[in-house]
Design a protein around this ligand. Structure first.
Ligand SMILES: Cc1cc2nc3c(=O)[nH]c(=O)nc-3n(C[C@H](O)[C@H](O)[C@H](O)COP(=O)(O)OP(=O)(O)OC[C@H]3O[C@@H](n4cnc5c(N)ncnc54)[C@H](O)[C@@H]3O)c2cc1C
Length: 399
């Protein structure tokens, strides 16, 4: 790639916009296309502490995000626990987040086009991009078009339904300060309520093929009604989310001659939590760094070194997390009862929500804290005579 050559980025979500700003900042000629620019993309909008540390401009976004310190977890049987997160999760409206990131790209010198790219082809080693109004040329193309990436089939086989989640949700007028997560029987996914600065994003996610979207929507609506949320004035949304199986991560392809995919386009989402924003940003950064070094092929190696081992492991343990058993109980029930009964376990949960506890060293940390967790659980049981009668359904709130 010559320095004067242009790099086309299709998609101006977090992945495309960050790649655009890094590349333009370093003098590359960047053409960034988004058909909607800043829009309320279906999303929870939750950004972990780990991502805020890595991308401080997000931590500095101030009123554009809502820092949430308290989380309520609800098990499939209805056990509830609220706990304080040591590092708040910043919840963004996606219109705000995308707007902020596109503005950074613009200021760095990227040419931002409010256009849909309809077709991409390679002619004599150069890319031709066909948009509604006109055609563009580029020497390299970055696909950042999200989970529905329409260009994938030109290079790779389509993402299988078993590698996707379906989601349904509502943007609900109102404000809040409690993040809620309800796990569900028989669904590989959960209901979430993420309060943003000026509204709430509430939704449900499940593996594609498990339940039709209409059924997920019905479950969500019932839950929202039972939990005091009114849908008057709310706006419905639905979208897909990559949730790759372990074997799909093994054979994952994200780049080729003159092109690369980043973010959701590449399938880079945590298959347990659905967290994709951090991976969209990090993959964009790694890809941009490889392009700036003049060694685009190093993007794959960087992903392999830093990102994929974590995501592959998440994919391997996802089934056990949602449907497995431990100590004679389901993993989800046990996780919530331990969160209620043990301060040490709550610390672990807080670190998981902050993104600073990875999956790879989770097992060794769990083994290390197990005796303390058990002792704290036992001490709590002895202190609370009601425990035997009512179980944990009494909604313990712990700090
Ligand atoms: C319901 C739901 C809830 C989620 N909640 C969270 C959460 O709380 N936290 C989290 O970390 N992750 C969450 N995710 C995942 C997160 O939304 C994605 O991982 C993230 O948006 C990926 O960023 P991206 O830039 O790769 O893609 P996107 O954000 O999807 O951006 C792609 C962009 O490409 C544009 N585009 C597409 N095709 C074209 C075209 N042909 N021409 C021009 N432009 C085009 C689109 O307009 C869009 O702006 C959630 C996902 C869903 C579906």
């Amino acid at each position: 790639m010559r320095d004067t050559d242009s790099i086309a980025i299709i998609g101006g979500g977090p992945a495309g916009a960050l790649a655009g700003s890094i590349l333009a900042q370093c003098g590359k000629n960047v053409l960034l296309f988004d058909e909607k620019l800043a829009w309320e993309k279906p999303c929870g909008g939750g950004i972990t502490y780990k991502a805020l540390q890595q991308y401080p401009f997000l931590a500095d976004a101030g009123a554009q995000s809502n820092p949430i310190e308290n989380c309520e977890l609800i098990s499939p049987s209805g056990q509830k626990v609220r706990f304080h997160m040591q590092h708040p999760v910043a919840i963004f409206s996606r219109r705000e987040l995308n707007g902020l990131m596109l503005e950074r790209a613009r200021q760095a010198g990227a040419k931002v086009h409010h256009e849909r790219v309809n077709r991409v082809s390679r002619v004599n080693g150069e890319w031709q991009l066909v948009a509604a109004e006109r055609e563009y040329r580029a020497s390299y193309v970055l696909f950042a078009a999200g989970a529905r990436n329409p260009f994938r089939s030109q290079f790779l086989s389509p993402i299988s339904a078993s590698d996707l989640m379906v989601t349904a949700g509502y943007f609900i007028p109102g404000r809040g300060s409690l993040m809620q997560i309800q796990f569900l029987k028989g669904i590989t996914g959960y209901i979430w309520v993420f309060p943003r600065a000026d509204h709430v994003s509430a939704g449900i996610a499940g593996k594609m093929g498990e339940l039709p979207t209409i059924e997920l929507r019905r479950i969500l609506e019932k839950w929202l009604e039972e939990n005091g949320y009114r849908l008057q004035g709310a706006r419905f949304y639905s979208h897909i989310l990559p949730s790759l199986r372990a074997q799909s991560f093994v054979t994952l392809e994200v780049s080729g001659d003159g092109w690369a995919m980043i973010g959701d386009s590449a399938g880079l989402v945590d298959p347990i939590t659905g967290e994709g924003l951090y991976y969209a940003l990090r993959s964009a950064e790694l890809c941009a760094e490889a392009l700036l070094a003049g060694r685009p092929q190093e993007y794959c190696a960087s992903l392999e070194e830093e990102v994929l081992p974590e995501l592959r492991l998440a994919a391997r343990i996802s089934r056990r997390f949602y449907a497995g058993q431990i100590f004679g109980d389901s993993v989800l029930e046990k996780m919530i009862s331990l969160t209620a009964s043990s301060a040490t376990f709550r610390e672990l949960m807080s670190d998981l929500f902050a993104g600073i506890q990875g999956y790879r060293d989770l097992r060794s940390r769990l083994y290390g804290i197990l005796p303390t967790v058990m002792a704290e659980g036992l001490a709590g049981t002895l202190r609370r005579p009601w425990f035997d009668k009512g179980g944990l359904a009494g909604d313990p709130v712990v700090e």
